[in-house]
Design a protein around this ligand. Structure first.
Ligand code: SAH
Length: 350
């Protein structure tokens, strides 16, 4: 490993920022040794801020119906083979009740951009969850909406919103999305969400089609400046019914390296070891946690729909990925020296 790499890691840890070329060097250079040093430092920083806590969120995938046509996504509207479903308010509430009994104190409602969930309907769901479980946080991950809509949902009680920026490079964004979607609108959404007082999560896929190290450096710079409270990054995994069916998946190694960089950049950020990371490696979740991640989001959707929310091939939804198997997750985290905790786990500003 070159001496400059060690100096870059020192600077990142001290100043929580680097020039874009610095990020580029950390992404590209030094092989395993760089990754190991980054992970070591990131783990130390995380332990200083959060101790050995790993926060859990119950993920409820409320609809596979989507008006969008993101080229990489298995539930894109033009995938005729996708089995579509939509959960009712009652389905969602009973999933939350079940999750509450299992110890979950954050519920994440994610879905395609399904027109059924108007502000009235989705706001009603959020209100009902907050009424039933006032000690819980509600996170939404329902895609791009108007500022008025985000405001109405915030008023209904939503605490957090996950909307991955997908890529911080407008030209790359255009290669991954249909013409009617735009980078500018994605950015508008993220800035509106922040201004409305949500805890906001951005993020991107590692190894997405056409992605270069320069794109990754730009993603890191964007995350540095945007200062999200949460950041979702996971490997791209091809879906057979998309044009990227034969593209390679992103790697565990690069995902972990990026998780470590993001932890050093934002010590208090909530950083999940994602389902996608667990799906490409049987120890993906553990590797993500050891690299600096501190959140896992087991699946709390009703069993009958779990396989239908197929964003990519071979998506994990059983074993420790299943909310009902939180005991297995606990044991697996304990085995690597971490403790699953069930409080709301809000962002720490530090
Ligand atoms: N409609 C919501 C939720 C999208 S699904 C929204 O637009 O935010 C959540 C995330 O899954 C997406 O942001 C995307 O980054 C990821 N995803 C979609 N297809 C994927 C694939 N083939 N491989 C890995 N991740 C994928």
């Amino acid at each position: 490993m070159r001496k400059e790499i060690g100096a870059l890691i020192d600077t990142l840890e001290r100043e929580h920022a680097l020039p874009e070329e610095g990020y580029l060097a950390l992404v590209k250079e030094g092989g395993e040794e760089t990754a190991r040093l980054l992970a070591e430092r990131a783990d130390a920083v995380r332990r200083r801020v959060f101790g050995s806590a790993v926060y859990v969120r119950g993920l409820i995938e409320i609809s596979s119906i989507c008006k969008n046509d993101c080229l990489y996504c298995g539930i894109r509207r033009s995938n005729r083979a996708c089995e579509r479903y939509r959960l009712s308010k009652e389905d969602i509430l009973s999933a939350c009740d079940e999750g509450y009994a299992l110890g979950f104190r954050t519920f994440v409602l994610q879905g395609g951009e399904d027109g059924y969930y108007t502000d009235e309907v989705l706001g009603g769901v959020v209100r009902a969850i907050k009424a039933a479980h006032p000690d819980c946080a509600v996170t939404l991950s329902m895609g791009e909406r108007s500022r008025e809509s985000y405001a109405a949902l915030r008023l209904a009680g939503a605490d957090r919103y996950l909307l991955r920026h997908e890529t911080a490079d407008a030209a790359h964004y255009a290669m991954l999305h249909p013409e009617e979607m735009s980078f500018d609108n994605r950015m508008r959404c993220l800035h509106d969400l922040k201004a409305l007082g949500y805890q906001v999560g951005c993020g991107f896929m590692v190894g997405s089609p056409y992605q270069t190290p320069v794109h990754l450096a730009r993603d890191l710079k964007f995350i540095e400046r945007f200062r999200p409270q949460m950041c979702g990054i996971g490997p791209f995994i091809p879906h057979a019914a998309t044009q990227f069916a034969d593209d390679p998946a992103g790697t565990v190694e690069m995902t972990c390296r990026l998780l470590s960089i993001i932890r050093l950049m934002h010590p208090g950020v909530l950083l999940p070891a994602t389902t996608a990371l667990g799906s490409i490696d049987p120890f993906g979740r553990e590797k993500g946690i050891l690299a600096g991640a501190n959140v896992v989001m087991p699946n709390l959707s009703p069993a009958s729909v779990r396989r239908k929310y197929a964003l990519y091939d071979n998506k994990l939804s059983d074993g420790a990925e299943s909310a009902q198997c939180i005991g297995e997750l606990r044991a697996r985290m304990a085995a690597i020296g971490y403790e699953v905790v069930t409080d709301r786990g809000d962002y720490r500003n530090c």
